[in-house]
Design a protein around this ligand. Structure first.
Ligand code: HSE
Length: 427
């Protein structure tokens, strides 16, 4: 029985767990694959650090040499980043190795070229760990739902921002205070930009939409807003409306059958929606399909062992393919859907206004909205010293219409300020 050899690129939080489970689960992995699988080498950036459980002779700082050795069957890339990871993966393909990656930024940016490279060399490229950590999601979308038609994917795919928003909701904390707690507990990184500005979720949304709709979605096609502008007032307004604020990745097939919209932004969702119950740093993805109806995938979206679970699942799949002399399903982009701009997205909105306490003002606000084709579903007003707080929720309108209406409201006499605008989803 031939032994399959694995080159592990990166031995950080995820890589060390991959190595650990390859060792502790070796018997099951061998039985499931049909052949033993062993580490051929572990590429690290710095030598001399303690690497518990990894034999010294396997460690190398020369990743290029490791992927080019010629006897490697599978390269596991968990170093992250763009150029270096791309070059190593490309070299792995050229040397006949299949690749398992957890690199969402790279796959979102260069997935099409990488898939083409894998196909050209007759090897696999799998990346279940790139989206929503441990949650089996890409393979269910690509394979289990291949006989169905997915119309919408609505997900919480970033644990850091979910943790921060959850803290704002449960403690009534403002954003800086909640972020501080997330950082202290190790949920947010020292530089949290990629998470809080929505870049991480946007990369995951591009990958999800591409697979769900058999099309190519570039990360620049994804409308992105982070959570840095969410205030304690937005959270309070959501609570008053029976909602909770979440950073959502929303991928929708256009009703014209030829387009797609992909967006990441904070949104209010009703407390009764299943995604409202996703607390802390957990992830969950809600999928709507013609035949299956509504599906929900839930679990840990980050962390060493959970992410390693997805990496190891891919490792088993690509090893089985190698032994069978086949490759798994690659990217399918036959649908060639056009990405539509955010202005054309139709949804509902919560708008908070601070207005003068005059009887005619409510009618004036409703008229401005109506002139832009936005109708009011409900409103609530409360007097305070010097004016009134007005909380409106609208019926469905395009994003462009709502933005134009809000611009007009900002210049309307008696409107002191727009205190909050949050989209409402999941109704
Ligand atoms: N930084 C990500 C998150 C985890 O907070 O969900 C890795 O994708």
């Amino acid at each position: 029985m031939r032994t399959l050899k694995v080159a592990l690129l990166g031995c950080g939080v995820v890589g060390s767990e991959v190595a650990r489970y390859m060792d502790t689960h070796a018997a099951e992995l061998t039985a499931r694959i049909g052949a033993p699988v062993e580490l051929a080498g572990v590429a690290v950036r710095r030598d001399g650090l303690p690497r518990p459980g990894i034999p010294e002779h396997l460690l190398t700082t020369d990743a290029d040499e490791l992927v080019a050795r010629g006897d490697v069957d599978v390269v596991v890339e968990v170093i992250g980043g763009l150029d270096r990871a791309r070059d190593l993966i490309t070299s792995a393909f050229a040397h006949g190795a299949s690749v398992v990656s957890a690199n969402k930024a790279l796959i979102a940016a260069e997935g099409a070229a990488l898939h083409a490279g894998a196909a050209a060399h007759g090897v696999d490229l799998y990346y279940e760990a790139a989206v929503a950590g441990a949650i089996p999601l890409l393979r269910p979308l690509r394979e289990s739902l291949a006989g169905d038609r997915v119309n919408r994917v609505l997900g919480i795919v970033n644990g850091t921002t979910n943790f921060v928003l959850d803290k704002m909701d449960s403690l009534g904390a403002d954003y800086p205070q909640a972020l501080k707690e997330a950082t202290a507990l190790g949920y947010a990184e020292a530089d949290p930009t990629a998470d809080v500005e929505g870049h991480d979720a946007a990369a995951k949304a591009a990958i999800l939409a591409g697979i769900a709709f058999d099309t190519r979605v570039r990360v620049q096609d994804v409308h992105r807003e982070g959570i840095t502008g969410i205030t304690a007032a937005d959270i309070a307004a959501a609570k008053a409306a029976g909602c909770v604020v979440k950073l959502l990745a929303i991928c929708e097939r256009g009703t014209d059958g030829a387009s797609v919209t992909v967006r990441v932004h904070p949104a209010m969702i009703p407390l009764e929606h299943p995604l409202a119950a996703v607390r802390g740093a957990f992830n969950a993805v809600f999928v709507e399909a013609d035949a299956a109806g509504q599906l929900m995938f839930y679990g840990p979206g980050a962390g060493g062992a959970p992410t390693a679970s997805s990496v190891l699942g891919d490792l088993v799949a690509v090893c089985r393919n190698k032994l069978a002399g086949v490759t798994g399903p690659g990217a399918t982009t036959y649908a060639e859907l056009t990405a539509r701009p955010m202005g054309e997205v139709v949804t509902r909105y919560h708008v908070g206004l601070d207005v003068a306490d005059r009887p005619e003002l409510l009618a004036e606000v409703a008229t401005v909205l109506a002139e832009h084709g936005v109708s009011v579903e409900s409103f609530n007003q409360r007097r305070h010293e010097g004016g009134c707080s007005l909380a409106l929720s609208t019926h469905e309108a395009t994003d462009a219409a709502l933005s134009a209406a809000v611009d007009t409201l900002r210049g309307t006499a008696g409107v002191h300020g727009v205190t909050s605008i949050v989209r409402i989803e999941g109704r």
